[in-house]
Design a protein around this ligand. Structure first.
Ligand code: TGC
Ligand code: FAD
Length: 392
């Protein structure tokens, strides 16, 4: 792969909206990605393997629980810093950002928000340091966009719960030590259970043959009469709103992360357009190529402003779930469009692993599907503005 010459675009001086801590956190993550991710990521994507050696580094830049309080091992940062870390990691690779998103927003967040003090003390510090990795089981083979229909269930056996069912498409599953699993009680109420590797009847087979997110490890979570200790039930929230609350946090991070992937594609195409000569001119001199680049920077700038404003509202507690859906949908769509246009600008070179663009493009096919598909987020906006649900 070519050396990482990334220069971040900031057409509207959005840096001026950030404080010193934001810039410090962002720059540290940016440097780390350049040093530890860029040199190896193409090789790991090609061989479809998650680079486990970067786990310690991810923990060091605060990517595991950026906004979780320091008393539990988190970085104690604000929502803008969390977003900027996700942006920088996804600039390197969406699959690496996935690992960080799942660990932070889908595993640490529910334990922090819905767990009791003993659960926080037991799990959060080890998850923050990367000693333990986590996964989040909501999606099932027959219930993706409609998680309310889930059939994974648990029975109260007196001194423990008995868990049965299966989850699929689960990031980090093949190597996780803990899984936050959403399952129905005998009364049909959805609860979160912390399932730990080693519990009898719990297996995590890997999903192979992905053309997308190849540097992220995806698998199933299978529960065959798993005895879950009663102290592993998350006591402080139940119902579908509990997992959806975690998704709010992860979707917000994705709204920032997608900007990173888009910035990398734009920056690569811009540089290439000034170097690649055809018809005796750099291709960047042709109007059709300038149109692509001008539209890319316009869309990146709009996405940056959307993410920043959402971050401010997240921080002051006023962001709604529907506002988060709009940003996730818009920014991922923006990134995938830019990745496709940038790939074309590199001609044949664009399909090779010499450049990051094709990898970003393929990764974004997962990002536009997981955490709620593009169409589901549109329907969430539709519901919000009309008051009429397309899901019922
Ligand atoms: P609905 O009746 O609308 O809502 C049920 C209850 O949930 C509440 N709620 C929310 N709470 C918090 N945050 C949100 N975003 C919420 N949205 C809804 C709602 O108020 C209600 O509460 P209550 O107290 O009245 O019961 O539910 P519905 O069954 O009609 O479904 C709505 C729909 C379709 C929008 C929802 O199910 C949905 O978002 N579906 C998409 C599923 C999804 O996003 N799955 C993601 C799986 S995890 C994943 O992909 C990880 S990828 C990780 C990576 O690698 O980065
Ligand atoms: P379906 O729900 O079957 O949707 C198929 C199509 O129908 C989509 O285009 C959808 O938009 C459309 N559709 C569905 N319902 C409607 C409707 N009412 N109106 C209009 N159109 C509709 N899940 C987890 O729980 N944890 C994870 O860690 C995780 N990681 C993932 C990693 C990867 C790489 C991938 C690809 C997925 C991951 N997922 C995870 C699952 C992901 O969240 C689901 O794939 C996603 O929610 C969509 O569900 P589905 O694939 O079953 O598609």
């Amino acid at each position: 792969m070519k050396p990482d010459l990334f220069q971040a675009p900031d057409y509207y001086n959005i840096d001026e909206l950030l404080n010193d801590e934001h810039r410090l956190v962002r720059d540290a993550a940016r440097e780390w990605v350049k040093r530890e991710v860029s040199p190896i990521i193409e090789e790991y994507a090609q061989k479809a393997e998650f680079p486990k050696q970067i786990i310690n580094g991810l923990a060091e830049i605060g990517a595991f629980g950026p906004y979780i309080p320091a008393e539990y091992g988190g970085a104690g940062l604000d929502q803008i810093s969390y977003g900027l870390i996700m942006q920088e990691i996804e600039r390197g690779d969406s699959g690496v950002r996935s690992t960080a998103s799942v660990q932070s927003s889908l595993v640490m967040y529910p334990i922090w928000k819905y767990g009791n003090e003993a659960q926080r003390q037991k799990f959060l510090p080890k998850l923050a340091s990367g000693e333990w990795m986590g996964s989040f089981g909501l999606t099932e083979p027959d219930h993706g966009s409609n998680p309310a229909g889930m059939t994974t269930n648990f029975k109260d056996m007196g001194d423990h719960y008995l868990l049965n069912g299966a989850k699929m498409w689960i990031s980090n599953a093949p190597f996780c030590q803990v899984a936050v699993v959403w399952a129905k009680s005998e009364e049909g109420r959805i609860h979160g259970l912390i399932v730990e590797r080693g519990m009898e009847g719990f297996t995590t087979p890997e999903t192979h043959n992905k053309w997308s997110l190849r540097a992220s490890s995806t698998g199933e979570l299978i529960f065959d009469n798993v005895k879950v200790p009663k102290e592993n039930l998350l006591p402080n929230k139940s119902g579908l709103g509990a997992p959806l609350g975690c998704l709010d946090s992860a979707r917000y991070g994705i709204a920032w992360g997608a900007i990173g992937a888009a910035m990398d594609c734009y920056d690569t195409a811009l540089r290439y357009s000034k170097e690649r000569m055809q018809f005796g001119k750099p291709i960047g001199q042709f109007q059709l190529q300038q149109k692509k680049l001008a539209e890319m920077i316009t869309e990146i700038t709009k996405a940056q402003l959307l993410a920043w404003r959402l971050g401010v509202m997240r921080e002051n507690g006023t962001a709604t779930s529907a506002q988060i859906s709009m940003a996730k949908r818009n920014n991922v769509d923006m990134a995938i469009t830019i990745a496709r246009d940038a790939r074309q600008m590199l001609g044949g070179m664009g399909i090779t692993g010499e450049y990051s663009i094709m990898r970003h493009s393929m990764n974004l096919e997962s990002v536009i599907t997981y955490e709620g598909t593009h169409d589901i987020h549109l329907l969430i906006t539709g519901l919000d503005i009309t008051g009429l649900s397309a899901f019922k």
